[in-house]
Design a protein around this ligand. Structure first.
Ligand SMILES: [Zn+2]
Length: 231
């Protein structure tokens, strides 16, 4: 009966691939199998010192680091994350988090992680968007791994016009923008910091340094998209 209704819903409003626009099969989510196969995966999580470690810098003690795919501007794959962030589509972020986790889990990426920590957004932004995209991604990861979410970081003040700043300015404009609430929730635990996109690594490094002040056993990093150039 369920499949009959599902079929009927698809007839009325066919679900389409967010990358190529073709009609999705019953087993496909977000994108078709072909587009999923062609996604430019980063596959860097098994390197002890990868592009994320490098971007965050030596001052950040990062254990494991993973990105699902390489974020290239003006591609449909990049569009996915933009739609998920600004398009009032919290369920899309959750689905992407789930899909990413399903791929990384067999490699043991989440094996001893005890808590997922989302990148926070300022409450004004949250009011405007209605949700925090990194929290939605964490919910998707939790769905697959069962790891609890510790929403312990808070955005103390806005980042201002970060996008227009150069790399050095970005670091200084971000410094001190995050705060750690409930440090006891990270103390002595292996935590995984989660964000949607890592560009220069400035925000992620601020998050890692803020988390480190709570003395966790280790901090790992996960993002869905990793930009290919520092812009
Ligand atoms: Zn497709």
């Amino acid at each position: 009966m369920k499949s009959f209704w599902q079929g009927l819903t698809h007839l009325i409003a066919p679900r389409v691939c967010r990358i190529c626009g073709c009609t999705l099969g019953a087993d496909e989510e977000v994108m078709c199998l072909g587009c999923l196969m062609e996604m430019p995966r980063a596959l860097i999580h098994q390197n002890d010192f990868n592009a994320i470690h490098q971007r965050l810098g030596h001052h950040c003690q990062v254990d494991r680091a993973a990105a699902w795919f390489y974020y290239k501007r003006d591609t449909q794959y990049a569009r996915l994350l933009i739609d998920a962030k600004y398009g009032q589509l919290p369920a899309l972020d959750r689905q992407l988090g789930e899909m990413c986790a399903r791929e990384l889990q067999p490699d043991g990426f989440f094996s001893d992680i005890e808590a997922l920590v989302p990148m926070p957004i300022h409450w004004r932004k949250r009011m405007r968007r209605g949700y925090n995209q990194a929290m939605q991604i964490c919910r998707g990861v939790r769905q697959v791994t069962g790891i609890e979410i510790a929403d312990v970081l808070s955005a103390a003040k806005g980042h201002g016009v970060q996008a227009r700043h150069g790399r050095e300015q970005r670091y200084s404009s971000i410094s001190g923008t995050l705060a750690l609430r409930h440090p006891e929730r990270v103390q002595g635990r292996r935590v995984l910091f989660v964000d949607d996109i890592i560009t220069t690594g400035a925000s992620a490094s601020e998050a890692v340094l803020t988390l480190a002040s709570g003395a966790p056993a280790s901090i790992s990093v996960l993002c869905l998209g990793l930009t290919t150039v520092n812009n």
